[in-house]
Design a protein around this ligand. Structure first.
Ligand SMILES: Nc1ncnc2c1ncn2[C@@H]1O[C@H](COP(=O)(O)OP(=O)(O)OP(=O)(O)O)[C@@H](O)[C@H]1O
Length: 260
């Protein structure tokens, strides 16, 4: 069971592709990391995986079936800025319940999700400007969970959060993987990826400063165990995917995971 990107080429507004022939697998029940330089195309790939952006080439499968036949909400997304992901005039309660508008039993489901993410009931009547970023991100996680997603894409989800809230949310999501949720965690924070993910891919975009013009977007996979250092030692090319092992030495300057 997995959410898979198969040889994706994608860009914006007919411009040069941001991603060229990129493949990525997000297995169910585990946390897959995705990192890479700013502009390498992580968010673009995330949006393609969630069905929010149509690729020029390639396709997405969800548990071996086309993503297009999946029930809406099967792939949920959390963004860096929860404020840009919600309707500002709605209460948190309405934001969380909205995906269930047409479904029965929503009160129980919403209540369970609210409890699950550690929100107190009094916050449900407040609007986004009346709560903190952390509380709003918890509400966004609750909104995702009420849809019972099979896969969750977290795009820099913790970037704006204090360490305690970030730790709380990652712990809740980790718990959900034990129930089978597959997670793609996108982050620039290698320390977070090293402790949170089972393995991490590094997206090598063609728009990254210093990369040769026309080079292809690929991903490197670091099958590192928690706390291992991101360091490619050996790479094999396979369908646009560079699979690399991880060493204990710090990566050299300019390498993925190295000092800039
Ligand atoms: N809606 C858009 N219209 C035009 N170009 C876009 C759009 N979204 C992204 N891009 C461009 O596509 C490239 C990849 O952007 P993307 O946001 O996917 O990268 P990223 O790796 O997620 O970056 P970051 O780490 O800074 O969030 C960038 O050059 C960006 O300017």
């Amino acid at each position: 069971m997995s959410l898979q990107a198969h040889r994706i080429t994608a860009g914006h507004h007919g411009g040069e592709p941001v991603l060229t022939d990129v493949s990525l697998t997000v297995p169910a029940g585990s946390i897959t990391g995705l990192t890479g330089a700013s502009g390498s195309g992580k968010t673009t790939l995330a949006r393609v995986l969630a069905g929010l952006h149509t690729p020029q080439h390639g396709h997405i499968t969800l548990d071996d079936r086309p993503l297009s036949v999946a029930v809406p909400g099967t792939v949920a997304m959390l963004f860096q800025s929860p404020r840009q992901a919600v309707t500002a005039r709605w209460t948190l309660g309405r934001i969380i319940a909205e995906p269930l508008r047409a479904r029965r039993g929503r009160a129980d489901t919403v209540h369970a999700a609210v409890q699950r993410v550690g929100l107190t009931g009094d916050l449900l009547d407040r609007r986004p400007h009346e709560v903190s970023d952390g509380q709003l991100q918890r509400a966004c996680l609750a909104r995702a969970l009420v849809q019972r997603p099979r896969y969750l894409i977290c795009d820099e989800m913790t970037a704006m959060l204090d360490p305690a809230t970030a730790a709380a949310l990652t712990a809740i999501i980790t718990e959900e993987t034990r129930r089978g949720l597959g997670v793609l965690a996108i982050s620039h924070q290698h320390a977070l990826l090293a402790t949170w993910t089972d393995h991490t891919h590094v997206l090598m975009g063609q728009h990254v400063a210093g990369s040769p013009r026309g080079s292809q977007s690929t991903t490197k996979t670091f099958g590192y165990r928690p706390r291992a250092v991101l360091h490619a030692r050996k790479a094999n090319h396979h369908h646009g995917l560079l699979v690399a092992k991880v060493g204990a030495d710090p990566p050299p300057v300019g390498e993925p995971g190295g000092r800039r």
